[in-house]
Ligand binder design. Structure first.
Ligand SMILES: NC(=O)c1ccc[n+]([C@@H]2O[C@H](COP(=O)([O-])OP(=O)(O)OC[C@H]3O[C@@H](n4cnc5c(N)ncnc54)[C@H](O)[C@@H]3O)[C@@H](O)[C@H]2O)c1
Ligand SMILES: O=C(O)[C@H](O)CO
Length: 321
Protein backbone atom coordinates (compact mmCIF):
# COMPACT_ATOMS: atom_id res chain seq x y z
CA UNK A 1 0.00 0.00 0.00
CA UNK A 2 1.34 3.41 -0.96
CA UNK A 3 0.86 6.28 1.45
CA UNK A 4 1.93 9.90 1.76
CA UNK A 5 2.42 11.46 5.20
CA UNK A 6 2.36 15.21 4.73
CA UNK A 7 4.79 16.05 7.61
CA UNK A 8 7.05 14.42 10.16
CA UNK A 9 4.91 13.10 13.04
CA UNK A 10 6.00 11.31 16.22
CA UNK A 11 7.56 7.88 15.78
CA UNK A 12 4.78 6.37 17.92
CA UNK A 13 2.62 6.48 14.81
CA UNK A 14 5.04 6.86 11.95
CA UNK A 15 7.00 3.67 12.67
CA UNK A 16 3.83 1.60 12.53
CA UNK A 17 2.97 3.00 9.13
CA UNK A 18 6.51 2.57 7.82
CA UNK A 19 6.54 -1.07 8.95
CA UNK A 20 3.71 -2.09 6.66
CA UNK A 21 3.44 0.55 3.91
CA UNK A 22 5.41 2.00 1.05
CA UNK A 23 5.50 5.34 2.86
CA UNK A 24 6.82 8.73 1.82
CA UNK A 25 7.04 11.44 4.48
CA UNK A 26 7.27 15.14 3.59
CA UNK A 27 10.66 16.03 5.10
CA UNK A 28 10.46 19.81 5.53
CA UNK A 29 9.39 21.91 8.50
CA UNK A 30 7.05 23.87 6.23
CA UNK A 31 4.10 22.10 4.58
CA UNK A 32 4.14 21.00 0.96
CA UNK A 33 2.77 23.57 -1.47
CA UNK A 34 -0.55 22.75 -3.12
CA UNK A 35 1.23 21.42 -6.19
CA UNK A 36 3.62 19.36 -4.08
CA UNK A 37 0.73 17.94 -2.04
CA UNK A 38 -1.12 16.90 -5.20
CA UNK A 39 1.99 15.47 -6.82
CA UNK A 40 3.12 13.45 -3.80
CA UNK A 41 -0.38 12.14 -3.05
CA UNK A 42 -1.11 11.05 -6.63
CA UNK A 43 -1.56 7.29 -6.86
CA UNK A 44 -1.64 6.80 -3.07
CA UNK A 45 -4.01 4.41 -1.28
CA UNK A 46 -3.91 6.51 1.87
CA UNK A 47 -2.84 10.00 2.95
CA UNK A 48 -2.04 11.17 6.48
CA UNK A 49 -2.86 14.88 6.39
CA UNK A 50 -2.40 17.90 8.64
CA UNK A 51 -4.79 20.77 9.32
CA UNK A 52 -2.83 22.93 6.87
CA UNK A 53 -3.57 20.55 3.95
CA UNK A 54 -6.73 21.33 1.98
CA UNK A 55 -8.36 18.03 1.08
CA UNK A 56 -11.17 18.61 -1.42
CA UNK A 57 -12.66 17.42 -4.72
CA UNK A 58 -9.66 18.66 -6.69
CA UNK A 59 -7.38 16.70 -4.35
CA UNK A 60 -9.45 13.52 -4.70
CA UNK A 61 -9.56 13.88 -8.51
CA UNK A 62 -5.81 14.26 -8.59
CA UNK A 63 -4.96 11.41 -6.21
CA UNK A 64 -7.11 8.91 -8.08
CA UNK A 65 -9.91 6.39 -7.46
CA UNK A 66 -7.67 3.96 -5.51
CA UNK A 67 -7.61 6.37 -2.51
CA UNK A 68 -9.24 4.61 0.44
CA UNK A 69 -8.54 6.79 3.46
CA UNK A 70 -7.49 10.25 4.62
CA UNK A 71 -6.31 10.29 8.22
CA UNK A 72 -6.11 13.79 9.70
CA UNK A 73 -3.50 14.42 12.40
CA UNK A 74 -5.94 16.61 14.38
CA UNK A 75 -9.33 16.43 16.01
CA UNK A 76 -10.56 19.35 13.86
CA UNK A 77 -11.22 18.43 10.24
CA UNK A 78 -12.48 21.65 8.67
CA UNK A 79 -9.62 21.33 6.16
CA UNK A 80 -11.35 18.28 4.65
CA UNK A 81 -14.46 18.17 2.48
CA UNK A 82 -15.91 15.18 4.31
CA UNK A 83 -19.18 15.18 2.32
CA UNK A 84 -17.18 14.86 -0.89
CA UNK A 85 -15.07 12.07 0.64
CA UNK A 86 -18.27 10.25 1.70
CA UNK A 87 -19.66 10.53 -1.83
CA UNK A 88 -16.51 8.87 -3.15
CA UNK A 89 -16.39 6.17 -0.46
CA UNK A 90 -13.18 7.53 1.04
CA UNK A 91 -12.98 7.18 4.84
CA UNK A 92 -11.84 10.20 6.88
CA UNK A 93 -10.38 9.88 10.38
CA UNK A 94 -9.43 12.30 13.18
CA UNK A 95 -7.77 12.16 16.63
CA UNK A 96 -10.34 13.07 19.31
CA UNK A 97 -9.95 12.95 23.08
CA UNK A 98 -6.19 12.63 23.44
CA UNK A 99 -5.54 16.38 23.19
CA UNK A 100 -8.47 17.54 25.28
CA UNK A 101 -6.55 18.28 28.49
CA UNK A 102 -3.54 19.77 26.70
CA UNK A 103 -5.76 22.18 24.77
CA UNK A 104 -7.91 23.05 27.78
CA UNK A 105 -4.72 23.92 29.68
CA UNK A 106 -3.71 26.35 26.92
CA UNK A 107 -7.19 27.92 26.94
CA UNK A 108 -6.93 28.52 30.69
CA UNK A 109 -3.37 29.77 30.30
CA UNK A 110 -4.45 32.27 27.66
CA UNK A 111 -7.37 33.39 29.80
CA UNK A 112 -5.07 34.07 32.73
CA UNK A 113 -2.40 35.71 30.56
CA UNK A 114 -4.87 38.02 28.83
CA UNK A 115 -6.84 38.87 31.98
CA UNK A 116 -3.70 39.68 33.98
CA UNK A 117 -1.78 41.68 31.36
CA UNK A 118 1.05 39.16 30.82
CA UNK A 119 1.90 40.57 27.42
CA UNK A 120 2.22 44.18 28.61
CA UNK A 121 4.24 42.93 31.57
CA UNK A 122 6.61 40.79 29.51
CA UNK A 123 7.04 43.58 26.94
CA UNK A 124 7.78 45.99 29.78
CA UNK A 125 10.57 43.79 31.12
CA UNK A 126 11.93 42.84 27.70
CA UNK A 127 12.14 46.46 26.53
CA UNK A 128 13.76 47.63 29.79
CA UNK A 129 10.81 49.79 30.80
CA UNK A 130 10.59 48.25 34.29
CA UNK A 131 11.52 51.16 36.58
CA UNK A 132 9.64 50.46 39.81
CA UNK A 133 6.66 48.66 41.36
CA UNK A 134 3.64 50.48 40.00
CA UNK A 135 0.52 50.70 42.13
CA UNK A 136 -1.50 51.85 39.12
CA UNK A 137 0.16 49.69 36.47
CA UNK A 138 -0.77 46.35 34.91
CA UNK A 139 -4.16 46.18 36.56
CA UNK A 140 -6.05 43.19 35.23
CA UNK A 141 -9.32 41.41 35.80
CA UNK A 142 -10.22 39.22 38.79
CA UNK A 143 -11.00 35.57 38.10
CA UNK A 144 -12.38 34.07 41.30
CA UNK A 145 -16.14 33.77 41.35
CA UNK A 146 -16.61 35.28 37.88
CA UNK A 147 -18.61 33.83 34.98
CA UNK A 148 -17.13 31.80 32.15
CA UNK A 149 -19.11 31.47 28.92
CA UNK A 150 -18.20 28.38 26.90
CA UNK A 151 -19.19 28.53 23.24
CA UNK A 152 -19.51 24.88 22.18
CA UNK A 153 -19.68 22.44 25.10
CA UNK A 154 -17.84 19.46 23.63
CA UNK A 155 -14.81 17.63 25.01
CA UNK A 156 -12.49 20.65 25.32
CA UNK A 157 -15.28 23.00 26.38
CA UNK A 158 -16.14 20.65 29.26
CA UNK A 159 -12.48 20.33 30.27
CA UNK A 160 -12.19 24.12 30.44
CA UNK A 161 -15.43 24.36 32.44
CA UNK A 162 -14.05 21.78 34.89
CA UNK A 163 -10.83 23.74 35.43
CA UNK A 164 -12.52 27.11 35.90
CA UNK A 165 -15.51 25.94 37.95
CA UNK A 166 -13.55 23.83 40.43
CA UNK A 167 -10.31 25.85 40.28
CA UNK A 168 -11.59 29.43 40.42
CA UNK A 169 -15.18 28.89 41.50
CA UNK A 170 -16.56 30.35 38.27
CA UNK A 171 -20.20 30.08 37.25
CA UNK A 172 -20.54 28.31 33.92
CA UNK A 173 -22.76 29.40 31.03
CA UNK A 174 -22.63 27.64 27.69
CA UNK A 175 -24.13 27.33 24.24
CA UNK A 176 -24.72 23.91 22.73
CA UNK A 177 -26.80 22.38 19.97
CA UNK A 178 -28.71 20.24 22.47
CA UNK A 179 -29.42 19.94 26.19
CA UNK A 180 -26.51 18.61 28.28
CA UNK A 181 -27.95 17.62 31.67
CA UNK A 182 -24.71 15.89 32.72
CA UNK A 183 -22.84 19.17 32.20
CA UNK A 184 -25.48 21.12 34.11
CA UNK A 185 -25.17 18.65 37.01
CA UNK A 186 -21.37 18.44 37.04
CA UNK A 187 -20.62 22.16 36.92
CA UNK A 188 -23.91 23.66 38.06
CA UNK A 189 -23.92 25.07 34.52
CA UNK A 190 -26.64 26.77 32.50
CA UNK A 191 -27.25 26.40 28.76
CA UNK A 192 -28.23 29.82 27.42
CA UNK A 193 -28.80 31.72 24.19
CA UNK A 194 -25.64 33.09 22.57
CA UNK A 195 -26.71 36.69 23.28
CA UNK A 196 -27.20 35.89 26.99
CA UNK A 197 -23.79 34.26 27.17
CA UNK A 198 -22.18 37.35 25.62
CA UNK A 199 -23.95 39.77 27.94
CA UNK A 200 -23.44 37.85 31.20
CA UNK A 201 -19.95 36.31 30.83
CA UNK A 202 -16.75 37.83 32.19
CA UNK A 203 -14.73 35.41 30.08
CA UNK A 204 -15.77 33.83 26.79
CA UNK A 205 -13.91 30.78 25.51
CA UNK A 206 -14.55 29.34 22.04
CA UNK A 207 -14.64 25.54 21.66
CA UNK A 208 -16.87 24.82 18.67
CA UNK A 209 -15.54 23.30 15.50
CA UNK A 210 -15.32 25.64 12.50
CA UNK A 211 -18.43 25.05 10.40
CA UNK A 212 -20.82 27.24 8.37
CA UNK A 213 -22.72 28.23 11.55
CA UNK A 214 -19.59 29.23 13.49
CA UNK A 215 -17.58 30.91 10.73
CA UNK A 216 -17.04 34.57 11.76
CA UNK A 217 -19.45 34.04 14.67
CA UNK A 218 -17.53 36.76 16.53
CA UNK A 219 -17.71 40.14 14.79
CA UNK A 220 -18.55 43.79 15.54
CA UNK A 221 -22.09 43.00 16.70
CA UNK A 222 -20.92 40.21 18.95
CA UNK A 223 -18.20 42.24 20.63
CA UNK A 224 -20.66 45.06 21.21
CA UNK A 225 -22.75 42.70 23.34
CA UNK A 226 -19.83 41.67 25.57
CA UNK A 227 -18.77 43.41 28.78
CA UNK A 228 -15.99 46.02 28.42
CA UNK A 229 -14.12 44.10 31.12
CA UNK A 230 -14.46 40.77 29.31
CA UNK A 231 -11.75 38.56 27.85
CA UNK A 232 -12.13 36.43 24.72
CA UNK A 233 -10.16 33.19 24.35
CA UNK A 234 -9.99 31.24 21.10
CA UNK A 235 -8.27 27.87 20.94
CA UNK A 236 -10.68 26.45 18.35
CA UNK A 237 -10.15 27.84 14.84
CA UNK A 238 -9.15 31.33 13.69
CA UNK A 239 -12.00 31.51 11.19
CA UNK A 240 -14.57 31.71 14.00
CA UNK A 241 -13.42 35.25 14.82
CA UNK A 242 -13.47 38.24 12.45
CA UNK A 243 -9.98 39.49 13.27
CA UNK A 244 -10.49 43.00 11.97
CA UNK A 245 -13.51 43.32 14.23
CA UNK A 246 -11.48 41.90 17.11
CA UNK A 247 -8.79 44.50 16.51
CA UNK A 248 -11.42 47.27 16.57
CA UNK A 249 -12.90 45.87 19.80
CA UNK A 250 -9.51 45.63 21.52
CA UNK A 251 -8.47 49.08 20.41
CA UNK A 252 -11.73 50.76 21.38
CA UNK A 253 -11.97 48.98 24.74
CA UNK A 254 -15.18 47.25 23.71
CA UNK A 255 -13.62 44.20 25.38
CA UNK A 256 -10.63 44.13 27.74
CA UNK A 257 -8.32 41.59 26.12
CA UNK A 258 -8.03 38.46 24.00
CA UNK A 259 -5.98 35.28 24.05
CA UNK A 260 -5.60 33.43 20.75
CA UNK A 261 -3.98 30.08 20.01
CA UNK A 262 -5.45 30.11 16.50
CA UNK A 263 -5.69 32.77 13.81
CA UNK A 264 -6.77 33.08 10.20
CA UNK A 265 -4.51 32.67 8.33
CA UNK A 266 -1.79 30.80 10.18
CA UNK A 267 0.73 32.21 10.59
CA UNK A 268 -1.01 35.52 11.26
CA UNK A 269 -0.27 38.05 8.50
CA UNK A 270 2.97 39.93 9.18
CA UNK A 271 1.13 43.24 8.99
CA UNK A 272 -1.80 42.20 11.18
CA UNK A 273 -2.33 44.95 13.78
CA UNK A 274 -3.17 42.25 16.34
CA UNK A 275 0.52 41.38 16.47
CA UNK A 276 1.32 44.64 18.23
CA UNK A 277 -1.70 44.94 20.53
CA UNK A 278 -0.58 44.80 24.16
CA UNK A 279 -3.96 43.36 25.16
CA UNK A 280 -3.82 40.49 22.69
CA UNK A 281 -1.83 37.39 23.66
CA UNK A 282 -1.11 35.21 20.64
CA UNK A 283 0.35 31.70 20.54
CA UNK A 284 1.32 29.79 17.38
CA UNK A 285 -1.36 27.05 17.59
CA UNK A 286 0.24 24.98 20.36
CA UNK A 287 -2.91 23.63 22.03
CA UNK A 288 -2.10 19.95 21.54
CA UNK A 289 1.64 20.44 21.98
CA UNK A 290 2.57 18.01 24.75
CA UNK A 291 4.58 14.80 24.42
CA UNK A 292 1.70 12.55 25.44
CA UNK A 293 -0.89 14.29 23.27
CA UNK A 294 1.20 14.35 20.12
CA UNK A 295 2.29 10.71 20.59
CA UNK A 296 -1.32 9.65 21.10
CA UNK A 297 -2.45 11.69 18.08
CA UNK A 298 0.20 9.94 15.98
CA UNK A 299 -0.92 6.52 17.24
CA UNK A 300 -4.57 7.20 16.47
CA UNK A 301 -3.77 8.72 13.09
CA UNK A 302 -1.75 5.58 12.21
CA UNK A 303 -4.56 3.29 13.46
CA UNK A 304 -7.10 5.19 11.34
CA UNK A 305 -4.86 5.06 8.29
CA UNK A 306 -4.06 1.36 8.57
CA UNK A 307 -7.68 0.41 9.24
CA UNK A 308 -8.81 2.36 6.17
CA UNK A 309 -6.14 0.76 4.00
CA UNK A 310 -7.29 -2.68 5.15
CA UNK A 311 -10.94 -1.90 4.45
CA UNK A 312 -11.78 -2.03 8.17
CA UNK A 313 -13.85 0.47 10.18
CA UNK A 314 -11.72 3.40 11.35
CA UNK A 315 -11.36 3.64 15.16
CA UNK A 316 -12.21 7.36 14.81
CA UNK A 317 -14.12 8.10 11.62
CA UNK A 318 -15.75 11.47 11.06
CA UNK A 319 -19.01 12.09 9.28
CA UNK A 320 -20.12 15.13 7.29
CA UNK A 321 -21.85 17.81 9.46
N1 LIG B 1 -5.67 24.91 19.46
C1 LIG B 1 -5.48 23.62 19.24
O1 LIG B 1 -4.37 23.14 19.12
C2 LIG B 1 -6.67 22.72 19.16
C3 LIG B 1 -6.55 21.41 19.69
C4 LIG B 1 -7.66 20.60 19.63
C5 LIG B 1 -8.85 21.06 19.06
N2 LIG B 1 -8.91 22.30 18.54
C6 LIG B 1 -10.19 22.80 17.99
O2 LIG B 1 -11.17 22.65 19.00
C7 LIG B 1 -12.36 22.15 18.43
C8 LIG B 1 -13.14 21.39 19.47
O3 LIG B 1 -12.51 20.17 19.80
P1 LIG B 1 -13.30 19.08 20.69
O4 LIG B 1 -12.44 17.88 20.79
O5 LIG B 1 -13.82 19.71 21.94
O6 LIG B 1 -14.52 18.79 19.71
P2 LIG B 1 -16.01 18.40 20.10
O7 LIG B 1 -16.63 17.88 18.84
O8 LIG B 1 -16.02 17.51 21.31
O9 LIG B 1 -16.66 19.80 20.52
C9 LIG B 1 -17.15 20.75 19.62
C10 LIG B 1 -18.53 21.11 20.10
O10 LIG B 1 -18.98 22.28 19.42
C11 LIG B 1 -20.37 22.11 19.23
N3 LIG B 1 -20.84 23.04 18.21
C12 LIG B 1 -20.60 23.05 16.88
N4 LIG B 1 -21.23 24.08 16.29
C13 LIG B 1 -21.90 24.73 17.28
C14 LIG B 1 -22.74 25.87 17.31
N5 LIG B 1 -23.04 26.53 16.20
N6 LIG B 1 -23.25 26.25 18.50
C15 LIG B 1 -22.96 25.57 19.63
N7 LIG B 1 -22.17 24.49 19.68
C16 LIG B 1 -21.65 24.08 18.50
C17 LIG B 1 -20.51 20.65 18.82
O11 LIG B 1 -21.85 20.20 18.94
C18 LIG B 1 -19.57 20.00 19.84
O12 LIG B 1 -20.25 19.72 21.06
C19 LIG B 1 -11.86 21.29 17.25
O13 LIG B 1 -12.85 21.18 16.24
C20 LIG B 1 -10.65 22.04 16.77
O14 LIG B 1 -11.02 22.95 15.77
C21 LIG B 1 -7.84 23.14 18.58
O1 LIG C 1 -7.68 20.22 15.74
C1 LIG C 1 -6.62 19.93 16.31
O2 LIG C 1 -6.34 18.79 16.70
C2 LIG C 1 -5.61 21.00 16.59
O3 LIG C 1 -5.91 22.19 15.98
C3 LIG C 1 -4.20 20.59 16.45
O4 LIG C 1 -3.91 19.64 17.37
Amino acid sequence: MKVFVTRQIPAAGLDRIRNVCDCEVWPDRLPPSRDQLLEKSAGCDGVLSLLSDRIDAEFFDHVGPQLKVVSNFAVGYNNIDVAEADRRGIAVGNTPGVLTDATADIAVGLLLAAARCFREGIDNVTHEQWKTWEPMGFIGQDLVGKTIGIVGMGRIGAAVARRLHFGWGMSVLYTARSEKPEIDDQFNARRVEFSTLLAESDFVSIHTDLNPQTEKLFGDETFAQMKPTSVLVNTARGGIVDQQALHRALQAGTIFAAGLDVTEPEPLAADSPLRSMGNCVILPHIGSGTVASRDAMATIAADNLLAGLNGQPLPHRVAAN
